[in-house]
Design a protein around this ligand. Structure first.
Ligand SMILES: CSCC[C@H](NC=O)C(=O)N[C@@H](CO)C(=O)O
Length: 711
């Protein structure tokens, strides 16, 4: 059942790939490489085609490969439109339907925007500098976009440190210097943001701090010249041009202060100790403005407390819609406001859930997608705001990336459910007439019996309703007992849901129940639920998790003496926290873990999270940072633990794992630490395929060893 595949190397260095047995059967590790992901659907303006990104693993080369594919909305076989030899993704059609643009870094061009011509098919991708990227009016004659007008400051070519590795150079305001430039290749840091989980180490500035405010530009189709239409000390964000092309709406500082003033104020406030009145007050950092599309003086449309995003014009050009969040701890809503000004109208009222994105269709309807707990749906808002939004496409699955034709008649989206990896779907914009357009996963679905999960809800502390799922083990037979592993998600503000997930399938294939829930603190249930754990991490959310364990452990088909727990990031914290509080689990796996919040504050690239959640910095509230840190109670741990950590994880750095490993070793608790090279916080999602699959294999082995007694 383990299905671990040796990766033999041929004489050329490429790995040979062993053939997999035909199904129906349980998932083996090699099946991971066969699952295809579909994303970024884009419907052509005439509604006849949908372009999408199709991503597969190339097992023999230990990499992923993305291409742009196109399928007719009327049906038929999807076709590959980009070369297999290059990476291509995120397609979008030009409004006149002449080009299919996509992102690709390929030789022989400038920038990464390429296009396939539909008016003169040639097979080769081209670059079209005379076709601008940005927001366009209905006639598609020009585009408005934002960019910096001043060039990035250059380091003088005579800089004596130019030959050093970027991280080794002394930053601009450093006091110390290398004894000899050629003899120091370390890292010299003076700025706070010197590492980032995605990009790695970030070299310091070699020049004084400068600001490059984002200005509005316009470019006509057929012309390569770009006209700058603003010249201000503040940045313009989210710019959208009105349907008639006369106006541009944008988001900017509420007082139109220069970027430097706003940044320096933010930096100064960030250094102050936590202050309830100041830090919990609603803020008005940004507002919505309109400006003539040829430039001039902007006019403020509304003074609105909170943060605005997803600015969109109504088809008649008389109103604007936006997603607004009054304050971090309140739910985002969709608002409309007259361009002339006035009070914005809340279209979602006190509806529990939050919009993810929004489209104002040419038919006049406002449609959006939203997470509704663990599922997601396509909905239509009531323009009067009097009734709750109407669900158009939903069910027990997750929909992403809704895209419409110009007439607002057709919608395409990707969908996945517990036993079905993503595929592309299309429907009428009102949700009727849904059709599946792709079957990229047909073969793997035919071979592998993906396990399904039952959804349940339960009441926890304070009568709060929690959503959970129990996935059946592969080969489940009534009357038998099976081990169970609980999976705990990270964030803590993220969620598990109604989608195919490699990690759950991996353990279910081993003959285990997989339990997963969205305890309080999860996203997808409205902001009150999301922020109900503020200052209380590991308290009631721990109870929510353990209540689910109680419910499942009482089932006759679950062997409550063979239970395990696993989780990553905040879920990694929670698994170490659990290890200090209960001995109910026979084995635990902790992934990208956090065991000491003060260490995490100093070592992570995201410490702003605990500044908010723990009401200040460690020295503002040291007792909270300490009492919620598993390391304080590590002497209570008895449960065998597998620790998995990535060497280049700047989000949850290695120190937490190291101290946990050492503490368990010193106490004689069985523990293994697996450290993955060339990997960051996202190893389990976007990491190198061989390492990602190696990790899945170790989870199988760890829980099989402790819960089933085999390896
Ligand atoms: C409070 S620990 C923060 C770690 C991280 N949060 C944000 O980046 C986390 O828990 N991440 C989750 C969700 O993305 C993960 O699974 O990695």
């Amino acid at each position: 059942l383990l299905g671990a595949q040796a990766v033999p190397r041929s004489a050329t260095g490429a790995a040979a790939v062993a053939p997999l047995p035909k199904g129906p059967r349980a998932m083996v590790l090699g099946d991971w490489y066969r699952v295809v992901n579909v994303s970024s659907p884009a419907v052509s303006p005439d509604g006849k085609r949908v372009a999408m990104t199709v991503t597969r693993a190339v097992e023999s080369e230990n990499r992923r490969h993305s291409e742009v594919w196109v399928v007719n909305t009327a049906g038929g076989e999807p076709q590959r439109w980009t070369a297999p030899s290059t990476e291509s993704s995120t397609p979008r059609w030009s409004p006149d339907g002449k080009y299919l643009f996509f992102a690709s870094t390929r030789a022989g061009g400038r920038g990464n925007t390429w296009a396939i011509r539909l008016d003169m098919p040639s097979g080769e991708a081209v670059q079209v500098p005379e076709y601008p990227t940005g927001s366009m009016p209905t006639d598609g004659s020009f585009a408005v976009f934002t960019d910096a007008a001043v060039p990035a400051p250059q380091v003088p070519s005579a800089d004596p440190f130019n030959t050093m590795p970027a991280m080794a150079r002394p930053p601009f305001d450093a006091i110390t210097r290398p004894a000899a430039a050629a003899r120091f290749d370390g890292r010299h840091v003076v700025d706070m943001n010197y590492k980032n989980n995605g990009t790695g180490f970030v070299p310091g500035r070699r020049v004084p701090r400068t600001w490059r405010p984002q200005q509005l530009f316009r470019q006509s189709v057929g012309d390569t010249s770009k006209k700058q239409i603003t010249s201000t000390a503040y940045s313009h964000r989210g710019a959208v041009v009105s349907p008639d092309g006369k106006w541009v709406a944008f988001i900017a500082d509420a007082r139109l202060r220069s970027d430097s003033v706003a940044d320096l104020e933010r930096d100064s406030l960030a250094r102050l100790p936590y202050d309830k009145v100041r830090d919990e007050a609603e803020r008005n950092d940004a507002d919505i403005y309109v400006i003539d599309a040829n430039g001039g003086t902007p006019r403020k449309v509304i003074d609105w407390m909170g943060a605005e995003s997803a600015l969109t014009w109504s088809p008649d050009g008389k109103s604007l819609a936006f997603i607004g969040r009054p304050v971090r701890t309140k739910s985002a809503r969709i608002y409309t406001v007259s361009v002339a000004g006035g009070a914005p109208r809340n279209l979602l009222g006190d509806w529990q859930y939050e919009p993810s994105d929004m489209d104002w269709l040419s038919t006049g309807a406002i449609q959006f997608t939203a997470d509704i707990g663990g599922r997601s749906a396509l909905l239509r808002a009531d323009l009067t705001g009097k009734t709750a939004p109407k669900e158009l496409v939903g069910g027990r699955r997750q929909l992403r990336g809704a895209s419409y034709d110009a007439a607002g008649k057709i919608v395409a989206y990707t969908a996945t459910s517990m036993t079905k990896p993503t595929e592309l779907f299309v429907a009428n914009a009102d949700g009727t007439g849904e059709r599946q357009l792709t079957s990229f996963n047909k073969d793997v679905n035919a071979d592998v019996v993906w396990s399904d999960a039952d959804r349940f809800t339960y009441k926890s502390v304070g009568n709060m309703e929690i959503e959970g799922w129990l996935m059946k083990p592969y080969g489940y037979e009534a009357g038998k007992k099976y081990p169970m592993v609980i999976y705990i998600h990270g964030g803590p503000h993220s969620a598990y849901g109604e989608g195919w997930f490699d990690e759950f399938q991996n353990l279910a294939a081993q003959g285990m129940f997989v339990l997963f829930t969205n305890p309080r603190g999860s996203s997808g249930y409205g902001a009150d639920f999301t922020y109900s754990t503020r200052g209380r991490w590991g308290m009631e959310d721990y109870d929510d998790l353990m209540k689910a364990v109680d419910i499942v452990a009482a089932r006759p088909d679950v062997d409550s003496t063979r239970m395990g727990a696993t989780g990553g990031s905040y879920g990694g914290f929670m698994t170490t926290w659990m290890a200090t509080k209960t001995t109910r689990f026979k084995a635990i796996q902790t992934d990208r873990t956090i065991t000491d919040w003060t260490y995490w504050y100093g070592a992570s690239d995201a410490q702003g999270l605990t500044e908010f959640e723990f009401y200040g910095k460690p020295w503002d509230n040291q007792a909270l940072y300490d009492t919620l840190s598993p390391i304080r109670y590590v002497n209570k741990v008895k449960t065998p633990m597998l620790i998995v950590q990535s060497e280049e994880d700047h989000r949850t750095p290695m120190g937490s794992a190291e101290i946990w490993f050492m503490s368990l070793k010193k106490q004689g608790v069985p523990v293994e630490l697996v450290r993955y090279p060339r990997s960051n916080h996202d190893l389990s999602r976007t990491g190198e395929p061989w390492l990602l699959v190696d990790r899945l294999g170790r989870l199988r082995q760890w829980f099989s060893h402790w819960l089933i007694g085999k390896n």
